[in-house]
Design a protein around this ligand. Structure first.
Ligand code: SAM
Length: 299
């Protein structure tokens, strides 16, 4: 159970209003509102850092870049020509991978402000027309079948209401022989016939409402969906320990003067997200929330 200390007692009624806006517009609004603050405090990568064995790193930005490196390494990516960045944020992964491999990238996000910022940053950094970002839905991607040799989804899968359709679209736009990578938040793997306990469901529900995460599943569920699509060489990793310093660090930056002022300026949706951060840390501590990688190749 989430311990009902004075903070939790105060916060729960504020973050449990029992309603979510329409999912897509809710996600778009959440990132339109919060992305500038995140960029100011954390930079261009809107995802967890990789901290070997949960230990310290020189900077959190270095840990975030290492998350990309570790992911590419497990997936065995050694060259890329044309990638798609599904749920691209402000394009940090695309620019990192384009620098490393000299590839092109097309990114989609639900947030118009993120797409505009991703294009502006990429232009400023001299990528020309190699990179482009637009508003688009991962569940109905605006790309032809078999367009990309790398299909990349870094921390967007948790927002998808229909995991089967999400996996199906990732596989559709992947070229034969191409790699698909999903790094995402899952719940723990369940034994056959087991369900999440009521207190686990209520913790996830609280997080869902603040962060627009409509449908949790396990890494085993993802693996099954990819197998059903004929994806081969599937590998998975549980990096929950490697990301364990992350939420404490995010909470610490939110509590600085700059962080608090930024939250007030950003607005209520972002404040609500910040109030729920301790619940993410709690979910990881209890082994309920898992940070996972799933990757495979389209045969
Ligand atoms: C936590 S951010 C990750 C951003 C980026 N991948 C990174 O690592 O910097 C989640 C992203 O998923 C996007 N997203 C969520 N649901 C989506 C959907 N149905 N279609 C496209 N993008 C989506 C959001 O707009 C946001 O850009």
């Amino acid at each position: 159970m989430v311990r009902a200390g004075p903070f939790e007692t105060l916060v729960k009624p504020l973050t449990t209003l029992g309603k979510m806006d329409d999912l897509k517009s809710g996600i778009a609004n959440f990132y339109d509102e919060s992305s500038e603050l995140w960029e100011n405090m954390w930079g261009e990568h809107m995802h967890h850092g990789f901290y070997p064995k949960g230990g310290p790193r020189r900077t959190h930005q270095e840990a975030q870049e290492d998350m990309i490196e570790q992911t590419l390494q497990v997936a065995g990516v050694t060259k890329v020509q044309n990638m798609v960045d599904v749920g691209c944020g402000i394009g940090g992964s695309s620019r990192y991978i384009a620098r490393k491999f000299g590839c092109t990238s097309r990114g989609i996000t639900l947030s118009p402000k993120q797409a505009a910022r991703a294009n502006a940053l990429s232009a400023e950094q001299g990528f020309g027309d190699r990179l482009s970002f637009q508003v688009g839905d991962a569940l109905a991607q605006p790309f032809k079948d078999g367009s990309f040799d790398l299909v990349w989804s870094m921390e967007s899968g948790e927002h998808m209401p229909d995991k089967r359709q999400f996996v199906s679209e990732l596989c559709r736009v992947c070229a034969p022989g191409g790699k698909i990578i999903v790094v995402t938040w899952c719940h723990r793997v369940l034994a056959p016939g087991e369900s999440l306990k009521p207190d686990e469901v209520s913790l996830l529900d609280r997080i869902c409402e603040a962060y627009y995460l409509p449908a949790w599943c396990s890494v085993a569920d993802y693996q099954k969906l990819f197998e059903e699509k004929g994806i081969v060489d599937i590998k998975t990793r549980d990096w929950s320990e490697e990301v364990s310093p992350f939420w404490g660090a995010v909470i610490a930056t939110a509590l600085t003067t700059e962080g608090l002022a930024g939250l007030v300026k950003a607005g209520w949706t972002t404040i609500k997200g910040a109030l729920v951060m301790p619940l993410m840390a709690e979910g990881f501590r209890r082994g309920l929330i898992k940070f996972v990688l799933i990757t495979g190749r389209k045969g």
